[in-house]
Design a protein around this ligand. Structure first.
Ligand code: AMP
Length: 294
């Protein structure tokens, strides 16, 4: 075993609720010269989250998984109060995936009652999920900034499942000179193609079956793209028509945007992000892929 792996094996995973305690632990890790990764999550972990933790564990000496259902990224009519949680199960999963520490603060630990500061990334947040969820990315960027300041990670891991979030965080890190490398990780799917999500647990059996239309519609678009189709409206129509074959699906958006600026494109030339959000009953699910002609 390598030195750092032996140290990892000897250390039982830590569970920390306060900022003061985690800062002290990180100070000690830094004294030992250890590299530190952060995997921010809202808990109720599944294999998508675990893929991030495993990758982080393979590339860093210590991995912090934050489990925090961040109230500031939920709109007034969203699922904050019902968001699924099982911290004991999460702790076991984190440990088995190679995490060194689970950080699970209370809301009152993370936010001062009279907090006045919000981190807002302009331009990249007015479209896609930002259009349907006003204020969502301000909440995400503020909490991620706080987590970066609290944990000072060398690397932080985010899923491509939340493609807009990944683009927004990368831009925020660049614009604000955060000293952290952002690593994007591929989407982990169920066998039938549905992207894994904590929100899949909300679906009834019928909705769960219907939700396979998400990946199916994107696969149809991929097929057309690989045959050379470059017209945005044609690709959008393929996706919309496929989703509309499913009576339980209600489209929130189907968008094709530049993968970096997230601005609309009329032709598929630069790498594009093809992103969709669809309601099944009250549950809103997202999926996407990035297409690069070159
Ligand atoms: P969440 O707990 O939903 O906030 O997700 C925490 C992190 O896990 C985010 O960076 C997500 O993009 C990532 N993630 C969630 N689902 C998946 C998935 N199916 N595949 C890969 N990453 C995912």
């Amino acid at each position: 075993m390598e030195g750092s792996e032996a140290a990892k094996a000897a250390n039982k995973m830590l569970f920390v609720k306060t900022i003061k305690e985690i800062k002290q632990i990180i100070k000690n890790w830094r004294k030992e010269g250890l590299s530190i990764a952060l995997v921010p999550t809202m808990g109720y972990l599944h294999e998508g989250h675990l893929s991030l933790i495993k990758k982080a564990a393979s590339e860093n000496d210590r991995v912090i998984v934050s489990v925090f259902v961040n109230p500031t990224q939920f709109g007034p009519n969203e699922d904050l109060d019902n968001y699924p949680s099982d911290i004991e199960r999460d702790k076991k999963l984190c440990e088995s995936a190679g995490a060194s520490l689970v950080f699970n603060p209370e809301v009152s630990e993370m936010y001062y009652d009279n907090a006045c500061t919000v981190v807002s990334v302009k331009n990249l947040t007015s479209m896609l999920c930002g259009a349907s969820r006003p204020g969502h990315f301000d909440g995400v960027c503020t909490v991620v900034s706080k987590l970066f300041n609290i944990t000072t990670p060398d690397k932080a891991y985010f899923g491509e499942k939340d493609a807009q979030q990944l683009a927004v965080i990368k831009r925020m890190v660049r614009d604000l000179n955060f000293d952290v490398e952002i690593i994007g990780c591929p989407i982990i799917r169920e066998q039938d193609g549905l992207a894994k999500s904590s929100r899949n647990t909300y679906l009834s059996d019928k909705e769960r079956k219907a939700a396979t239309v998400l990946s199916r519609s994107l696969n149809k678009a991929k097929e057309a793209l690989s045959k050379g189709e470059k017209d945005v409206s044609v690709i959008k129509k393929i996706i919309i028509d496929e989703i509309n074959t499913e009576p339980l699906a209600k489209i929130d958006y189907v968008e094709i945007v530049d993968s970096l600026s997230l601005s609309e494109v009329s032709k598929i030339e630069t790498p594009v992000l093809i992103a969709i959000a669809v309601f099944f009953g009250k549950t809103r699910l997202i999926d996407n892929f990035t297409w690069d002609n070159n």
